[in-house]
Design a protein around this ligand. Structure first.
Ligand code: NAD
Ligand code: UD1
Length: 340
């Protein structure tokens, strides 16, 4: 059984990916410092896949601890690196935290890859690297635009670090550029648990429907789109998780075409904020309080993926609908809040 390190494996996307890996027969070891997750997630993963993943509570910012971990785990064949700080607004207020956490952790891991000959590396990138795109849908060849936040900048720099490392070592890396992940596992054993007031749309919707928030603010209805609200590509987190498994297989079976590859992970379908709200109401039967407010600074108008490369080269396609994702997000919220 191949042993795979999943950093940030107790987080939102990481936990869903661990389930897919374990269900496909991989042996998983998770590193997480619990800065944005909890140990309960281990139980959720175990309940779904009937196998408790190995877990080490470790902060990847501490180089000596990272080195010690690899000394004790020399049989690791691949790494999926989720661990990072991800709140865009916080990154503007505290850029050094973001540069430290998102770049040092990557560098320390890659140094250990060099030391122990680990050649297979999957990295969590973001469609934020494209900024406001020149044309839609966005292909992987679209130019990377100057980042609008330190968070976005860390993803751009991380991709550069990976590309440079691949060019001088046996390392093979795939950067997966996620569009907007939403939803929860169908068992609702795991899901998204944002700390504090959610910044992202879907957790804000479900918390509003659950009565935790008074109303959803829709940020702008005067954009040049059909209904005036912004357009995004919302992708079910389980579809996203499956793509990691497929990308890992691609590297392990040496089917990669170049040492550093990039893939968009989205559905290819753009949905406006108001469409998401309507779809949530229709799917769940819940009435949602919302009001239109001013635009949120930094928001781009419209972003959705060209999925051709992911479909044809990676051999992966998003299968679940937005309705399924919203229904699972609501089911998860109800479970977390103990709502019948
Ligand atoms: P998350 O916060 O739920 O998961 C990240 C996990 O990493 C958390 O469990 C956290 O405790 C852990 N972690 C953070 N710093 C660490 C450190 N120094 N050492 C060890 N563990 C550490 O986030 P997520 O939504 O699952 O995102 C995973 C990755 O995907 C991140 O790199 C994020 O930037 C990227 N991404 C997320 C989205 C999204 O919308 N969720 C979109 C694009 C890209
Ligand atoms: C944001 C980040 C992106 C990051 C992603 C996941 C920016 C510019 N981009 O993407 O880098 O990868 O989160 O963490 O911050 N909306 C509302 N009301 C709300 C919340 C959101 O109307 O209360 C709208 C937003 O204006 C946007 C859409 O919903 O049009 C999606 O917002 P969000 O979930 O925050 O994701 P992004 O902004 O696409």
């Amino acid at each position: 059984m191949k042993k795979i390190l999943v950093t940030g494996g107790l987080g939102y996307i990481g936990s869903h990916t661990v389930v897919e890996l374990q269900n496909s027969g991989y042996q998983v070891i998770i590193i997480d410092n619990l800065s944005n997750s909890s140990l309960d997630v281990l139980e959720g993963i175990t309940n779904i896949s009937k196998t408790p993943p190995a877990f080490e509570r470790l902060d990847l910012r501490f180089k000596a601890d990272v080195a010690d971990f690899f000394k004790r785990n020399q049989d690791i064949e691949g790494i999926i690196h989720f661990a990072a700080s991800k709140a865009v607004g916080e990154s503007v207020v505290n850029p050094l935290l973001y540069y430290e956490n998102n770049l040092n952790t990557l560098i320390f891991l890659l140094q250990e890859c060099n030391a122990y000959g680990i050649e297979n590396f999957i990295f969590s990138s973001s469609c934020t690297v494209y900024g406001e795109p020149d044309s839609l849908p966005i292909t992987e060849d679209a130019p990377v635009k100057t980042a609008t936040s330190p968070y976005g900048n860390t993803k751009q720099i991380s991709e550069e670090i990976l590309k440079d490392t691949c060019s001088i070592s046996p390392l093979k890396a795939i950067a997966l550029r996620y569009f907007n992940p939403i939803g929860a596992h169908e068992t609702v054993e795991i899901g998204e648990l944002p700390a504090g007031v959610p910044q992202n749309l879907v957790p804000f919707i479900t918390q509003t429907a659950a009565g935790l928030r008074k109303e959803l603010s829709v940020f702008g209805d005067d954009y040049p789109t059909e209904d005036g609200s912004c357009i995004r590509d919302y992708i079910h987190v389980v579809d996203l998780a499956k793509a990691h498994f497929i990308a890992l297989q691609r590297l392990l079976s040496k089917h990669n075409e170049t040492q550093f590859e990039v893939f968009n992970l989205g559905t290819g379908r753009g949905s406006s904020v108001l469409e998401v709200v309507n779809s949530f109401e229709k799917t769940t039967g819940e009435k949602l309080n919302y009001k239109i407010v001013a635009r949120r600074p930094g928001d781009v108008v419209s972003v959705y993926a060209d999925t051709k490369k992911a479909n044809e080269v990676l051999g992966w396609k998003a299968e679940k609908t937005m309705e399924e994702a919203l229904a699972s997000a609501w089911k998860w919220e109800k479970k977390v809040r103990s709502i019948q």
